[in-house]
Design a binder for this molecule. Structure first.
Ligand SMILES: Nc1ncnc2c1ncn2[C@@H]1O[C@H](COP(=O)(O)OP(=O)(O)OP(=O)(O)O)[C@@H](O)[C@H]1O
Ligand SMILES: [Mg+2]
Length: 502
């Protein structure tokens, strides 16, 4: 018997123009939580897909409880007890929770009829064991991401998985949901299940994991007990150099007049009298807990949701923005939180996605200016360090984090004055965040107005010139960088509803 429940040895995986895995190793013990970390495009998701039979390795072996296995497809891997919650969830939103859990594994009664009573009862029981008290007859899509993820975990529990892999499970969850997921992970661990936990958030790894494996550029770098790692050693192992400054804040020149003035924005049950001013040459951070109304505020400004009252001025001019098209024409760019859904055409090349938000700017009369597209595109790829074999790569084949960098490039390529970035570094590795911040720096230095919604306090404090804190659809505080309240404690206090003294 092996001490490992699953072991991957010497795995090699090639894609056209990319050596995604090169002599890769991963070994997971039963009842442990193994963190897996590496830069965007390092090969984490590919490694996982080799273990789940989605990809066949060009070389290498997989062992389950010491026994060599070959996975021709995901069913083979599931039969061996390996389950996965993918970066993109596999949930059929229109089907019930029960249907999602029992897809392909229907419980049948006498005569082969589907036994829905039994399935609903079992679904309810498994979800409850994961801390979710839900009605399993309801459509999965009516629940939030936290519940949808638990549906995937419930599937894993039901096939009696020996190992469950979670690929960036927390990147789309609020803090309550993250806590629940961590409890669930610890519970699965205590049942002897091995867990592989992928995350770009170092604090999560330190909180949850027993050991952490680092990979870089498709290669295995190191595995240590959690006590053998700290922030610096993890970052150095990941990016191959140390990062002396995680937040390279630079300052622009604040515009005399506000670039954007929002007054008394109302949206029934969502926003209550939201007012603020944002200036050119500055980053205005929006802090708050998930559900505080930050994204809703931005969507209202962008004309994506109808408002019940309030007004917007851009450079002193009143604007009636009723649609995103009008917002773009008025000089607003909006990098949405839901990148996959709204940001990219996955079947198109990087080149074509990068020009999508500014076709006019890339045209030469009635024709596309191919020279400009090539030049600007190559600039985007190098300034954001988008990892790709070429500018013509199909976006859907890039790693998750690199897809997000393409969305950022797409918006930066517009000639907008106001850039709204909603959770711009979510899913982006620690090293690459610096590149995103530098892109913001150059916008600010060019006199643009940057609004950054972020749930990461260090990023808010590291990069903002001013911070607005929201809670329950209202503005709670407006704090300047040189105020005594420009610190985590005060901002969190406001986010929880506390008043800040003067
Ligand atoms: N189906 C595919 N076709 C071609 N190339 C691919 C495919 N899948 C992944 N790659 C490439 O393999 C490399 C590793 O990608 P992978 O998705 O494993 O990275 P990752 O570590 O999960 O990154 P992220 O943190 O951004 O999710 C990347 O260069 C990616 O572009
Ligand atoms: Mg990935």
């Amino acid at each position: 018997m092996s001490e490992y429940v699953v072991e991957l040895k010497n795995a090699v995986k090639r894609f056209p123009g990319v050596l995604a895995l090169n002599q890769m190793h991963l070994a997971v013990k039963p009842g442990e939580i193994l963190g897996l970390i590496g830069e965007n495009g390092a090969g984490k998701s590919t490694l996982i897909k080799v273990l789940t039979g989605v990809h066949q390795p060009d070389e290498g072996e997989i062992y389950v409880n010491g026994e060599k296995k070959v996975f021709r497809n995901p069913n083979d891997s599931a039969a061996a007890g390996i389950a996965c919650v993918y970066q993109e969830l596999n949930i059929e939103k229109l089907l019930s929770i029960t249907d999602n859990i029992f897809i392909n594994k229907w419980i049948k009664g006498p005569g082969g009829l589907l036994d829905y009573n039994a399935m609903h009862a079992k679904a309810k029981e498994v979800m409850a064991s994961l801390g979710q008290d839900v009605d399993p007859t309801k459509a999965a899509g009516t629940f939030g991401m936290g519940v949808q993820q638990m549906i995937e975990i419930a599937k894993a529990v039901l096939i009696d998985a020996k190992m469950i892999i979670m690929d960036e499970p927390t990147s789309s969850l609020g803090e309550k949901e993250v806590e629940q997921l961590m409890r669930t992970c610890r519970d699965l661990k205590s049942r002897g299940i091995g867990i592989v936990f992928v995350s770009h958030k170092l604090e999560e790894l330190f909180e949850l994991c027993d050991r952490v494996t680092v990979i870089r550029d498709g290669q295995y770098i190191d595995t240590r007990d959690i006590s053998g790692w700290d922030n610096d050693s993890l970052i150095t192992a990941m990016v191959g150099r140390s990062l002396d400054n995680q937040f390279p804040k630079e300052f622009g020149v604040k515009s005399a007049q506000p670039m954007l003035k929002v007054s008394g924005l109302m949206e029934a049950g969502v926003l209550n009298n939201v007012s603020f001013e944002a200036y050119g040459g500055q980053i205005l951070g929006f802090a708050g807990l998930v559900g505080a109304g930050r994204t809703e505020t931005m969507r209202a400004i962008f004309g994506a949701d109808p408002i019940d009252g309030g007004s917007i001025e851009i450079k002193g001019q009143a604007m009636q923005i009723r649609s995103p098209r009008q917002a773009i024409n008025a000089g607003i760019a909006f990098l949405t939180e839901d990148r996959k859904g709204q940001g990219l055409v996955l079947a198109e090349s990087i080149r074509n996605n990068l020009i999508l938000a500014n076709l006019k700017g890339f045209a030469n009369g009635p024709f596309l200016n191919t020279k400009k597209i090539e030049e600007e595109g190559q600039k985007n790829i190098s300034s954001l360090r988008i990892k790709t074999p070429s500018i013509d790569e199909i976006v859907g084949q890039l790693s998750g984090g690199n897809q997000q960098k393409v969305v950022i490039g797409k918006w930066v390529n517009t000639e907008s004055d106001i850039f709204i970035f909603d959770e711009p570094t979510r899913g982006i590795d620690v090293g690459a965040k610096v590149e995103v911040y530098n892109v913001m720096n150059s916008l600010v230095k060019a006199g643009k107005c940057v609004i950054m919604v972020s749930s990461e306090m260090p990023e808010i404090l590291g990069m903002s010139d001013r911070v607005i804190v929201m809670r329950g659809g209202e503005v709670m505080a407006d704090v300047d960088r040189d105020s005594k309240h420009f610190n985590q404690e005060s901002l969190m206090k406001a986010a929880w509803g506390g008043k800040l003294d003067d």
